[in-house]
Design a protein. Structure first.
Length: 477
């Protein structure tokens, strides 16, 4: 079991950094930066790549990096569906180790008119201990924390961190990161580094600082039954014509039982590894005022809620339609469709999902059900035993005085495989949001206290990386 609370004293210079971070936050400078960034309408999920994406990188982010000694380059996306990339590099000495950090400047659509009274997605508004606005949780608030902490760490070390820093910011994460894999493959040399630290996703709870090491993967797929060209009267033809909705319901029931347990063996993990069980032991799921109540008998039996959420696979039915749900008529529908998703952990044969589901349905006698994969993303994670994991947890504990929750992977999906598989890096993610942040929904918000603590955490990590004798940087020839 990792010790995430080992007491390590702060030296006086590190204490001065803590004070500088607190002063920066108290001055309102962080809030002003976040307000400016929220005002940029960097929506990427509307089917186009608007000009605001490039403008945000050029006129907001690059101008933030320049005073810190970064050289910034804007790159076109190799995929025409995606927005541009920004690569910012601060090279103190090519012989020093390099930190890579990542963020995304795009947001989901603002959903204007659906926010509570007095709130706009494009105006940062503080209500009690919450900052409301699109991107406050995902991802502008999080990369604003990281950038402010980095700036203060550079100042505290008199302009010399003791390592190099490369920052990659994309503008298409909310649209599935089109072009990211190809770009990182093309720019592998420019992005060469020894470690990734990035900020995205939620903590396990608002009160518990969290470190996660990767993400589950996801495959979105469609099941469809096309019985005939049109509907037929249910009284005149019921009992002699196949009902595609009934067939599709039976198909799904053959894949997932009434308690949400996956019934397709090839889509189930073999087990939860012992080291994963160890770090997850005792971690809560939910419990905050805005969180839903857990359903005790839902999901894989024999697992704790956190193991079901983080360390296991789930098949979820996202949407289904047959006939005319808004105005039902007395007719046997002509077709039925389901949109579903597999969330999965490392080791799942996700690339074979279509053939696995096809074989399963054929064995069930449901050859008429069509299977189509529409989107997918890999699962990946750094091993819990990697020395960077214990180092980061100790740094975070030193900054907060709290026990750190360590997750082998996020329950959701991030493009972690780009960094772990293409660039070959250990990956550490430090989230500054929480599960009830209304991410992707109206009333998205960032908790003020979590942002303040996030500055301390990130400042501490950037500082501690400069203690090169204590940080587990690879030995260079």
């Amino acid at each position: 079991m990792l010790d995430a609370t080992a007491p390590i004293a702060k030296d006086p210079a590190r204490q001065q950094l803590d004070a500088a971070l607190d002063a920066h936050f108290a001055s309102g400078a962080f809030e002003q930066s976040l307000a400016r960034r929220v005002a940029w309408r960097t929506e990427s999920d509307l089917g186009t790549a608007p000009a605001a994406l490039a403008d945000y990188l050029r006129e907001e982010i690059a101008l933030t990096f320049a005073p810190m000694g970064f050289s910034c380059t804007l790159h076109d996306n190799p995929d025409p569906r995606g927005g541009p990339f920004l690569v910012a590099r601060r090279i103190e000495d090519p012989r020093l180790p390099t930190l890579l950090t990542y963020a995304h400047g795009d947001v989901v659509n603002g959903q204007e008119g659906r926010w509570q009274d007095g709130l706009s997605p494009w105006t940062l508004t503080r209500v009690d201990q919450r900052w409301y606005g699109r991107g406050t949780a995902d991802n502008k608030g999080q990369h604003s924390i990281s950038l402010a902490a980095l700036e203060q760490a550079i100042t505290a070390r008199q302009g010399r961190l003791g390592y190099n820093v490369t920052v990659l910011m994309e503008t298409g994460e909310e649209a599935g990161s089109p072009g990211l894999h190809a770009f990182c493959t093309q720019q592998r040399e420019q992005l060469r580094a020894d470690l990734l630290i990035a900020c995205d996703g939620p903590r396990v709870s608002a009160e518990r600082p969290t470190l996660f090491l990767g993400s589950r993967g996801a495959v979105n797929f469609t099941l469809r039954v096309r019985a005939r060209d049109r509907a037929f009267h249910s009284g005149n033809w019921g009992g002699v014509l196949v009902n595609p909705a009934t067939v599709l319901a039976q198909a799904w029931a053959s894949m997932v039982d009434r308690h949400g347990r996956i019934r397709v063996p090839a889509l189930r993990p073999a087990q939860v590894p012992a080291d994963v069980r160890d770090v997850l032991a005792g971690l809560p799921v939910g419990g905050a005022p805005d969180d839903p109540t857990l359903d005790a008998h839902w999901g894989e039996p024999g697992l704790t809620p956190i193991e079901r959420l983080v360390a296991w696979n789930t098949l979820e039915l996202l949407a289904m339609e047959s006939g005319s749900p808004a105005r039902p008529i007395n007719a046997i529908p002509s077709s039925a469709v389901m949109h579903a998703q597999l969330r999965f952990v490392v080791g799942t044969p996700w690339r074979d999902l279509a053939s696995i589901v096809r074989a399963h349905l054929d064995a069930e006698g449901m050859q008429q059900v069509e299977v189509e994969v529409v989107a997918s993303a890999a699962a990946s994670r750094t091993p819990v035993s990697d020395p960077w994991v214990g180092w980061a947890a100790q740094s975070m504990a030193r900054s907060t005085g709290k026990s750190i929750a360590i997750l082998p992977n996020l329950a959701g999906t991030l493009p972690n495989d780009v960094f772990s598989d293409i660039l070959g890096l250990p990956t550490l993610w430090v989230p500054h949001s929480y599960p009830a942040c209304a991410q992707h929904a109206p009333n998205e918000h960032l908790l003020v206290d979590v942002a303040r603590e996030g500055l301390q955490i990130m400042g501490g990590l950037f500082w501690d990386l400069g203690n090169t004798d204590a940080a587990p940087w690879p030995v260079r020839a």
